[in-house]
Design a binder for this molecule. Structure first.
Ligand SMILES: *[C@@H]1O[C@H](CO)[C@@H](O)[C@H](O)[C@H]1NC(C)=O
Ligand SMILES: *[C@@H]1O[C@H](CO)[C@@H](O)[C@H](O)[C@H]1NC(C)=O
Ligand SMILES: *[C@@H]1O[C@H](CO)[C@@H](O)[C@H](O)[C@H]1NC(C)=O
Ligand SMILES: *[C@@H]1O[C@H](CO)[C@@H](O)[C@H](O)[C@H]1NC(C)=O
Ligand SMILES: *[C@@H]1O[C@H](CO)[C@@H](O)[C@H](O)[C@H]1NC(C)=O
Length: 392
């Protein structure tokens, strides 16, 4: 980066920090559900993905309907990359070098990514870049809560696009805007029976949010760390490939794990490319946890403990034993609203209220998902956050 770039980056940050002030400390919302009003942008449409189909073709239906939006998203990433590195060398690298990486990815993900490229007409290196993005740029809020009858609910806001181009005219993030039209709900079937459901982005083959009916619910939040995602991906490119891609692990767990305990142990023990938080809910009382991961192991597993009065676990993007970053405290307001709701009144409806309270809801929030394991239900809503609203 040259000095003009650096200056621009600091200036953007300064503008954001000023904007940030008005967004904070909103009263806990109520009566937001069913979704309506200016923070609700629409429902997320459903598609079926048939796991019995050849991996190269199984995304065809989704991608064919979303290829214009996918092309627009990839173009937005390219524009941002070319602004940062005006020589255009970064995108040359993406188009020339990344395709070589395809063969190093495990089956069936390599075939699926190839199929998405073929169906959309977007070069394979750029689809790969889109898939890598989630390994490093997702901030979120996830919560698993147990009601007074022992029913478990799992809800999340997916926040994406931090520091990826701020639109000064209408105060929105470029990539967050581009991403919303790509949101899809997926029903993954084998032998015509649902294996799991997920809220996802067309073109991405990993999983960030999902439910395996009657068994478990799972979300992933980014964990920032020095030993972070970039290093793991660089190592992968250099040939050190013993870690698993985070999105591939969550997908594999949703497809293949046979119980809450099985999912918990796979998520705790598998070596990863990037650190992460896995938020897992089960199908019985007490089964809800936040797994704090380094690339190698689970540092900590924080569980629902009714005896201690802990009827929910909530994770944003900071280790639960540390204070959140002072400019990004979504945890305190979210917990304040959970506590105010009380266990007696927790439900998908009141969870939607908590996730609609600024700054838990912010300019990066793309969708809100509500899941209930015992019914296998998954509902997702696209979100907007009109001013005054925190940029993150
Ligand atoms: C718990 O179950 C009882 C009896 O089925 C029902 O009346 C009550 O509404 C339930 N409470 C909650 C919080 O779901
Ligand atoms: C902001 O403006 C851009 C283009 O000018 C548009 O694509 C985007 O949808 C707008 N975002 C919001 C939240 O209105
Ligand atoms: C798949 O299941 C649905 C109902 O769940 C049924 O209507 C449909 O006929 C089935 N299709 C096949 C090919 O078995
Ligand atoms: C919970 O999951 C286990 C493991 O898959 C299963 O055996 C059990 O029947 C499930 N319980 C309920 C209430 O769905
Ligand atoms: C919410 O309640 C828990 C458990 O009583 C408590 O530890 C926590 O400090 C409370 N948080 C807020 C923000 O009220």
């Amino acid at each position: 980066m040259n000095s003009t770039c650096l200056f621009y980056a600091f200036w953007t940050l300064a503008v954001l920090l000023t904007t940030c002030q008005h967004g904070n400390a909103e009263e806990c919302k109520s009566g937001m559900y069913p979704p309506q009003g200016s923070t609700f942008k629409g429902v997320v449409p459903w598609y079926t993905v048939n796991l019995d189909e050849n991996p190269v073709n199984r995304w065809d239906a989704v991608v064919k309907e979303r290829k214009n939006e996918l092309a627009a998203m990839v173009q937005a990433i390219k524009d941002l990359a070319n602004n940062l590195f005006p020589s255009g060398k970064l995108m040359l690298l993406v188009d020339d070098v990344l395709p070589l990486m395809l063969d190093t990815l495990p089956y069936p993900f390599n075939q699926e990514i190839l199929g998405i490229s073929l169906a959309s007409g977007v070069p394979v290196g750029e689809i790969l870049l889109f898939n890598i993005f989630y390994e490093v740029f997702t901030v979120c809020t996830s919560v698993v809560a147990e009601d007074a009858n022992g029913t478990l609910y799992h809800a999340r806001n997916l926040d994406f696009g931090l520091l990826m181009g701020w639109n000064h005219k209408n105060h929105s993030w470029t990539l967050t805007d581009e991403l919303k039209p790509l949101a899809v709900n997926l029903d993954f079937k084998r032998n015509n029976v649902t294996v799991f459901k997920s809220t996802n982005f067309a073109g991405y083959v990993g999983m960030l949010t999902g439910v395996k009916p009657n068994m478990f619910t799972l979300t992933m939040n980014e964990r920032f760390n020095i030993d972070g995602g970039y290093i793991g991906i660089l190592e992968w490119i250099m040939g050190k490939r013993d870690g698993m891609w985070m999105g591939f692990l969550t997908r594999t767990v949703l497809e293949n794990a046979t119980s809450y305990e099985d999912a918990k142990s796979r998520l705790s023990l598998t070596k990863l490319l990037a650190p992460a938080y896995f938020i897992l809910g089960g199908n019985q009382t007490g089964q809800g946890c936040v797994i704090t991961r380094t690339r190698l192991i689970a540092l900590d597993v924080y569980e629902i403990k009714l005896k201690l009065g802990r009827w929910y676990v909530l994770e944003t993007n900071y280790d639960h034993w540390d204070k959140p970053f002072i400019l990004d405290d979504r945890r305190t307001p979210a917990m304040r609203c959970m506590n105010k709701t009380t266990q007696a009144n927790i439900s998908p409806k009141t969870l939607y209220d908590v996730l609609s309270t600024r700054p838990v809801l912010n300019k990066l929030t793309t969708y809100t998902t509500l899941m209930e394991v015992s019914t296998g239900s998954l509902e997702s809503y696209l979100r907007d956050c009109p001013d005054p609203c925190s940029p993150w």
